[in-house]
Design a protein around this ligand. Structure first.
Ligand code: SAM
Length: 665
């Protein structure tokens, strides 16, 4: 019942409806006969809901494809569908009996819920309950809009760059965008949504995922020009990029090591195994020359002389692949480092008007600027195609036969299927001999990156330029800035930058969605010592998370004594926390139960300056707290999980008190 109440439409309940809801909420499953009409309406819904829960549970095993689980899934689906059709007949009969003059809000909520959850078309559903589709307009609901907001449109170009947002987070941002947009445009029509501005877009996966067909095109911005080269090139020049990837691999595998002047050689390869007992490293060619190794293999594993030879050959091939791939990686890193080290080169890239570059040139060689953009896009793609070491370290050692194999397999080189389960030396042998064809590569394994961004505007500006000069109320801004107390990005972001950003958000007329990590208010140190050292070199600091959170509604002023920006408030007349600020956290247990791929110890939170309740129902994997309550929790030093529990309690109370009927629309 509580969850149902968080669904549209919102408005005043009829007095009897209220009475019935109160009975149910107070735990009375057998309300008085005077309310039988509502009980008839609700009881079947509850039975259906129970089957849905069981189905959700079984769905988690769907991928396992184990016969037992598949059967469980099929049975749960059948049971749910049977309950659903029983209930829809009931709805139809209920309406026929009670007439449509006074259809209660409760009834409309049920209809909305079913249409959204079961994916019914508006007309298809209304026919089934004996109504005309035009009623939907009178009820002021748009299940289509909600379904579009909830559709899975996650679109990313695969990358191990830290900061790339995961699906569970992006799908929430999408819903929030739709909701903010609905509030701005007062409309539930997709093309009337205000444009989405991804201010710190990075790999642009958020913009590409939330702005789908039918929405106005987004604005994609990042101050790091390589990011915009990447996003732009993967939007318009995928086939050229495929050609570049194939050429790079083919050249790398053919190159003559003598003339290549590579810095990573056999010695570096061997040195890599210095700390381990080398006799156990069968990918070191010299190990196969060791009489002991040979004897052991012959005696215990039945190796013949030819097998020993083959072992040595594979080790040689492994060594060769690793040397080639790591040198390729080093070469790419040098390209990116050279750019990183030259402000002139970066500014030159920044000055490109990406929106005027040709989008479909068959021969980009004739346009040097375009070639630069494509080359940087490729470099960035290759560099972040290998999972970093912990601490987000990207070093040539992360490239080995297995990670190189995964990189190529992710480009869906079908022919590699056969060696998927083979050991690294066999993989290396296969990869060395593989010449790639551009036409067999696919860059988009998840979603429709280029389709969603094809009309986007691309900028390479500082966030101040975007927010100050383009801060129209008719846009929704998403901000995934480098995190406070975290300095590990190519483009530095100081406490002063954070302060400027908070100043702009505090005064904003527009709606924004802000990503950050939760730490208790008193936290004032970075999580890594490297970040902490870098930060200490900065002139001024925002004292701690408590000050940071307050920056969303209080000016931060420089306290010279403390060398810190402090939130400025009048102790005699403290400013109330604005009621339009909300914090959103993730209920990891619910997210896991819904099969979402979420990190158990996530600290991700979203802050928004509009009421998001309508798009985040109870029992969702996201939970909401008004910002003043969130601050109390952070000030009390509560941990993430406890705040989530507090948010769930708060929401229950809120629904019970308001019946969720008065959410502003
Ligand atoms: C957390 S990452 C964003 C990741 C992005 N959401 C994604 O999915 O890839 C932060 C980004 O902010 C960019 N950035 C840093 N300083 C900036 C500034 N002053 N203005 C605009 N962007 C900036 C960085 O280059 C970085 O890509």
């Amino acid at each position: 019942m509580l969850e149902l109440l968080t669904y549209e439409p919102f408005g005043e309940f009829l007095p009897e409806e209220k009475e019935y809801i109160r009975e149910i909420l107070s735990g009375n499953d057998n309300p008085p006969p005077s309310l039988a009409k509502f009980h008839e309406l609700f009881s079947g819904f509850y039975d259906y809901y129970v089957q849905c829960e069981k189905f959700e549970d079984a769905k988690k095993f769907e991928d396992a494809k184990k016969a037992k689980d598949a059967k469980k899934f099929e049975d749960a689906k059948k049971a749910k569908d049977a309950e659903l059709s029983r209930y829809i007949s009931k709805l139809r009969a209920w309406k026929a009996k009670n007439g449509r003059a006074q259809l209660p809000i409760f009834y409309k909520k049920i209809c909305f819920y079913l249409m959204v959850k079961e994916g019914f078309s508006e007309s298809g559903f209304m026919v089934q309950i004996g109504s005309h589709v035009s009623r939907i307009r009178e009820w002021k609901i748009s299940p289509e809009f909600r379904k579009r907001a909830e559709d899975d449109t996650y679109s990313v170009i695969r990358s191990y760059r830290s900061g790339t947002k995961r699906k569970y987070l992006v799908s929430l941002i999408k819903r929030l965008y739709y909701e903010a947009g609905r509030q701005v445009s007062q409309s539930m029509v997709l093309n009337k949504l205000p444009p989405f501005v991804d201010v710190f877009a990075g790999t642009a996966s958020v913009a590409a995922s939330v702005v789908t067909d039918g929405c106005p095109p987004p604005i994609v911005n990042d101050y790091d020009p390589v990011m915009i080269c990447f996003a732009w090139a993967f939007t318009y020049y995928q086939s050229k990029l495929c050609a570049g990837i194939a050429e790079f691999h083919n050249d790398l595998m053919k190159k003559d090591p003598q003339s290549a002047n590579w810095s990573y050689d056999e010695k570096a390869y061997e040195a890599h195994y210095e700390s381990v007992d080398q006799r156990t490293v069968l990918t070191l060619p010299k190990v196969w020359d060791d009489p002991m190794t040979q004897w052991l293999h012959m005696e215990f594993y039945g190796y013949s002389k030819e097998d020993i030879e083959e072992g040595r050959r594979l080790a040689q091939r492994h060594q060769e692949l690793v040397i080639r791939a790591r040198n390729g990686y080093i070469g790419v890193r040098n390209v990116l480092d050279r750019l990183e080290g030259s402000d002139d080169a970066k500014n030159c890239l920044r000055s490109i008007d990406f929106n005027k570059l040709p989008k479909n040139m068959s021969d980009p060689q004739n346009a040097p600027v375009l070639m630069d953009v494509l080359d940087y896009a490729l470099a960035m793609f290759f560099y972040y195609s290998f999972p970093p070491l912990s601490g987000h370290i990207y070093h040539e050692v992360i490239v080995d036969a297995c990670s190189y194999f995964l990189y190529l397999s992710s480009l869906q080189v079908d022919e590699l299927k056969d060696v998927k389960k083979k050991d690294q030396a066999v993989k290396a042998d296969t990869l060395l001999g593989r010449q790639l064809k551009a036409s067999s590569l696919t860059l988009e394994s998840t979603g429709s990156f280029s389709r969603h961004l094809k009309d986007a505007e691309f900028y390479c500006k500082d966030f101040r330029d975007i927010l100050q000069n383009n801060s129209e109320a008719e846009r929704v801004y998403y901000l995934d800035s480098p995190y406070f107390l975290t300095v590990g990005y190519d483009v530095g972001f100081s406490d002063d930058d954070h302060k400027d950003m908070l100043d702009l958000l505090r005064k904003a007329e527009f709606k924004w969605i802000f990503s950050m990590q939760y730490y208790p208010s008193k936290t004032d140190a970075s999580t890594t010592s490297q970040d902490e050292n870098n930060r200490k070199k900065q002139p001024h600091i925002i004292r701690d998370y408590g000050a940071y959170y307050r920056g969303f509604y209080l000016p931060l002023t420089l306290d010279t004594d403390q060398r810190a920006y402090m939130p400025k408030d009048d102790p005699n007349d403290p400013k109330p926390v604005p009621s339009n600020l909300f914090a959103i956290l993730f209920d990891v247990d619910t997210a896991k139960a819904k099969g979402q791929d979420i990190y158990r110890y996530t600290r991700e939170i979203l802050l928004v300056n509009f009421n998001p309740l309508r798009t985040i129902p109870l029992h969702n994997s996201a939970v909401v707290l008004p910002f003043d309550l969130f601050l109390q929790c952070a000030d009390a030093g509560m941990n993430y999980r406890d705040i989530v529990l507090k948010a769930i309690d708060w929401r229950r109370d809120y629904i019970e008190k308001n019946f969720a009927g008065k959410i502003p629309v």
